[in-house]
Design a protein around this ligand. Structure first.
Ligand SMILES: Nc1nc2c(c(=O)[nH]1)N[C@H]1C(S)=C(S)[C@@H](COP(=O)(O)OP(=O)(O)OC[C@H]3O[C@@H](n4cnc5c(N)ncnc54)[C@H](O)[C@@H]3O)O[C@H]1N2
Ligand code: MOO
Ligand SMILES: [Mg+2]
Length: 399
């Protein structure tokens, strides 16, 4: 049996290269950028006025001049103006090009205008050269990479794409995953289960997680019938980038999934991880590159493995360098078996800005209702059994 760290390592060694496609900027929110977004001009593209008022030649102030005849008006959107007489001024609006021959903008609040003449009403020593001007290229230079590829497009990146005129953006194609729930006892959620049956909750919880992460998904149910499982796996490998199975991977007489996968040419990379829950987790890859996560059927195990392992694999395949979240235990906790324990916790922020993890133990890996009470799994390493209040551990958040 391998450790959690070894399992993670093997998973990260088997990421996939994701093809790219172009999408309209309107449809790009949440997609992963597959090209660098570069400045097509300087940011800002011209010396930009930042306050409504008048533009003057600053050196006139040192000559004692405090009144300026208004020569012209420069609105945002008007062509670049030139100050004809250095003793005059030009009225300028926020967003306009600073007129040639001027180098300071004084706000309307600091002047008085009468008979086409602006008189400064504040101490002229407070007026600095180049004030209220946002210099051309001071934010970014033409050609600079503003957003590197591998970034998830949020509203901030979309604003940048718009300003450089990218109405079509090269992004990673959405990965296609099929969620396959196996089990003779599992019925569709539209049915009323008989006493020995249950509805498929895993299919929906897994599919919802995948949708949250931007994948295209399908959700299917299969019986514990090896021939059917094999036949479906073979077909799904043709159309999906990744197969996510739930159930049928443990020691039971009807746990056919590992055998079915291997018969269909999916090479086992590991089976069983020294962890609780989720010990019987199986992971492999087919010759054509389809990656298979066969997760233990108990709802908390399935959910934990998806959030702990599949999410890591996804982030790495997408080249997203997500930082590992850490959280502090709010109370001492003991777990004796020599297994990494994934503790269900409720997260909160302390007044000093730390993330606090409060254990919300349920009744084991079948207790799916408890997932609603918690919002993350805290990874407690296998070498120890006592975990002290105030210690920080990796947290895998699912909300
Ligand atoms: N002799 C042993 N028995 C078991 C071991 C073991 O090491 N030796 N491991 C246990 C652990 S740990 C887990 S977890 C489970 C994993 O079992 P399987 O992956 O084979 O899953 P199933 O047997 O098919 O189902 C287990 C459990 O989960 C429920 N389930 C399955 N699919 C769904 C679904 N789509 N929605 C909701 N619930 C689902 C299923 O009804 C079972 O109750 O094995 C232990 N046994
Ligand atoms: O994955 Mo199992 O949870 O340890 O019952
Ligand atoms: Mg089983």
């Amino acid at each position: 049996m391998i450790t959690v760290e070894q399992a993670e390592q093997l998973i990260l060694e088997n990421t996939i290269a994701i093809p790219t496609e172009k999408v309209s900027i309107d449809a790009s929110l949440g997609r992963i950028l597959a090209e660098d977004l570069c400045a097509d001009r300087d940011f800002p593209p011209f010396n930009r006025v930042t306050m409504d008022g008048i533009a003057i030649r600053h050196e006139q102030l040192s000559k004692g001049q405090t009144s300026f005849l208004i020569e012209a008006t420069a609105a945002a959107g008007s062509h670049e103006k030139t100050l004809q007489n250095p003793e005059n001024c030009i009225e300028v609006m926020t967003g306009a090009m600073i007129p040639l021959g001027t180098d300071a903008v004084i706000r309307y609040e600091d002047i008085e205008i009468k008979d086409k003449t602006a008189r400064i009403t504040i101490d002229i020593n407070e007026i600095k050269a180049r004030q209220n001007i946002h210099p051309q290229g001071s934010d970014r230079k033409m050609g600079d990479i503003i957003v590197p590829k591998g970034r998830k497009l949020s509203p901030a990146e979309i604003g940048v794409a718009a300003t450089i005129g990218k109405h079509e953006i090269l992004v990673q194609r959405k990965l296609r995953a099929v969620v396959i729930s196996t089990g003779e006892e599992i019925v569709p959620i539209t049915e009323t289960p008989l006493p020995h049956q249950i509805r498929t909750s895993n299919g929906f919880a897994l599919q919802a997680s995948l949708k949250n992460w931007g994948l295209e998904t399908e959700n299917v149910l299969l019986p514990d019938d090896q021939a059917i499982i094999e036949q479906k796996i073979a077909a799904f490998m043709e159309t999906f980038d990744v197969l996510i199975l739930s159930g049928g991977v443990s020691a039971g007489k009807f746990d056919f999934v590992p055998k079915a996968l291997e018969n269909q040419g999916v090479k086992k990379l590991f089976h069983k991880v020294s962890q609780r829950p989720g010990k019987p987790f199986w992971f492999g890859k087919s010759a054509n590159g389809t990656v298979v996560f066969a997760l233990p059927g108990n709802p908390v195990s399935t959910f934990m493995c998806l959030n702990r392992y599949f999410k890591k694999w996804l982030d790495a395949s997408q080249d997203l360098g997500n930082q590992q979240l850490m959280a502090e235990l709010s109370e001492d906790f003991t777990f004796k078996p020599e297994l990494t324990f994934f503790l269900q916790v409720k997260l909160s922020y302390t007044l000093t800005g730390k993330i606090l993890a409060t254990p919300v133990e349920g009744h084991g890996s079948g207790d799916l209702a408890n997932l609603v009470e918690a919002d993350a799994f805290l990874e407690l390493p296998l070498e120890r059994s006592l975990f002290k209040k105030g210690e920080a551990f990796k947290a895998f958040i699912y909300r």
